[in-house]
Every structure is written in C-alpha cells, then in structure tokens.
Design a protein around this ligand. Structure first.
Ligand SMILES: [Zn+2]
Length: 321
C-alpha cells in the first residue's frame, strides 16, 4: 500500500543553531530523526523532502520590513532578533524558509490528493511569530502560512487550526482574528501564569471573525481531565457548527508533565486520545485532511515519544478511512 501519511523529518532543521542552553535547540531535531527511524515509523510514511519557500510565499503573512530585517540580522551574525528568546545564527533565515516551505508542501500534497495527512517536524517553530516581528523562539509563522495557502491558493473557506502547544499561539490568533474563514482553537497555559500572556477566554475574535477564535486557558496543575473537557465540550461542538474543510495542528508537546517549561500535567496517554480525536474530527468533517506542524516540546524523551504517538494516529487514519 502506498503511504498516505507524509513526513518531513530531516537533519537540515538542526542547522538553525540557537544560543548555548537555549531550550529550542538543534538536538530536538536530531533526537526526533533518530527516534522515529529507530521505531520504524519513518519507513511507514511518505518522505516529504524539505522545500524552501520563496519570499513571495511568506510575504502573504509577514511584512516586507520584517523579512528584510530578519534576513539582514542573520546575514550579519546577530545573536537574536527582536527578543533574546528568538536566538538566530547565520543560516536561520534559510532554515526558517525551509520550515515554512516544507509545511506548505505538505498542505499542497494533501490538497492534491497525493497523501491524506502529514506531520512536518520542522524548526524553528512558528506560532508566536507576528506579521511584523519574531516572538518566543519563532521566526516565521508556519501554521499561519499553511492556513493562508489553503485560503488563497486552494480556495478553501473553512480552515480549523487546533493549537495544543502549552503556550498560546498569539501570532496565529492575531493573523486571523478578524477572518471568519479560520477557526483558531487553542488549549494553553493561562495567560496570568504563562508566556506570552495572551489567550484569555474573552479573546473571541474581532469584527467579521467574532466567534472564530476560541481560547481554553489551563491553570497550573491542570491536566488530562481539563483538556478532555475543553476538547469534547468546546472544540467538538465548535467544529460541528464550523464544518472545517481542513485541519491544521500546531503540535507542541510542552504541556507534558516531564517538560520543565510548563506546569501542566499531560502524559503520553493524553497525546494519544488528543491525536486520535483530531484525526477522527478531520475524518468526520474534512475528508481526513490534517497537516500537523511541530511547535514546542523541550524534554527530548517526552518529545520523541509523544511525536511518535501523534504520528501513529495519523498513520492509523489511513486504514480507518
Ligand atoms: Zn510552547
């Protein structure tokens, strides 16, 4: 049987080098490559080779001033852009273009019917990046670029973004908060206690996009029960009325209890039901179309195990469809 799950998994993404001691480090990519190959999962997928986005592809989300600034900062060997969190090296702009381009390639392959779903294990991550600046380890907003491509190139009118990274996807929310064609659903640490300090329940979208932003903030110590409630009592009914044509996932694994960056207590089994739930939601409304992009996840063991769990659920969708 031809593989129907695409996978972007490549050591190229380790070439975005961050400062010593930075949590979003090249080893995340290297550990994932080693683990998923050793588990035999990479072989079960269709390899999607890294593809570089052209500037026009990323200029539909980011301002020309920011792109120029980012390109120059990298070329000149600046240690970071905008905030010390967003550590860069000379190659970071190039690798960020590859991350965005590879993610968009997955979207194109799914829309063309060549694969059913895909997981792009790219870095740098993207969901904090705003139109005109970097934030929180993120340079280009990969998930927003995918959503924009689905709207502009593929003519879709109902795209669901599920963001389960422990940090609120402020960039993604801001880019689509006035756009009723994108339903942004996020479960994340409460803004009173967690970076980046946005994602309150009352942030529900603006103007025509009013109601198509849904935030489910989680207090320190929350875990599986609260996530299940948000998923089944908030997301599922919202998806039912929105009827998404495509599901994009900002897949961060930093809400895991073993991840020192958060105080949220999900475990491996949480990522299993969550991934299965997203796949089944996509099968019900979006012909199984899912593209997941890696965001956070800083405990390498938990990251590898949970990314594998997520990938297994994407692979299982093929036989269940
Ligand atoms: Zn995060």
């Amino acid at each position: 049987m031809t593989a129907r799950t695409g996978l972007v998994l490549d050591k190229l993404f380790a070439r975005h080098d961050t400062a010593p001691g930075h949590p979003e480090r090249p080893e995340r990519c290297l550990a994932l490559v080693e683990y998923l190959e050793r588990e035999g999962l990479a072989d079960k997928c269709r390899t999607v080779a890294p593809e570089r986005a052209v500037l026009a592809d990323v200029a539909c989300v980011h301002t020309p001033q920011y792109l120029e600034r980012l390109k120059r900062a990298c070329a000149e060997g600046e240690p970071y852009i905008d905030t010390p969190d967003s550590s860069i090296c000379k190659e970071s702009f190039e690798i960020a273009l590859y991350a965005a381009g590879s993610a968009m390639r997955c979207v194109d392959l799914v829309m063309a019917g060549e694969i059913e779903n895909a997981f792009a294990l790219v870095r740098p991550p993207g969901h904090h990046a705003e139109a005109g600046c970097s934030m929180g380890f993120c340079l280009l907003n990969n998930i927003a670029l995918c959503a924009q491509r689905l709207l502009a190139r593929w003519g879709l009118t109902r795209v669901l973004i599920v963001d389960f990274d422990v940090h609120h996807g402020n960039g993604t929310q801001h880019l689509f908060e006035a756009d009723p064609r994108v339903l942004f659903f996020s479960m994340h640490g409460h803004p009173n206690s967690f970076y980046p300090g946005t994602g309150y329940e009352h942030e529900r979208g603006l103007e025509a996009g009013s109601g198509t932003t849904i935030n489910c903030p989680m207090l320190p110590g929350f875990g599986d029960d609260e996530y299940r409630r948000a998923f089944y009592e908030v997301l599922i009914p919202a998806a039912e009325s929105f009827q998404p044509e495509f599901v994009l996932v900002s897949a961060g694994f930093d809400a895991h209890q073993d991840d020192w960056i958060s105080r949220i207590a999900l475990d491996d089994s949480s990522y299993e039901w969550l991934s299965r739930g997203i796949v089944s939601l996509a099968q019900r409304w979006a012909r199984g179309r899912v593209v997941s992009l890696l965001e956070g996840g800083y405990n390498l063991d938990a990251l590898c195990r949970c990314a594998a769990i997520h990938l297994r659920e994407l692979l299982a969708a093929q036989s269940a469809a």
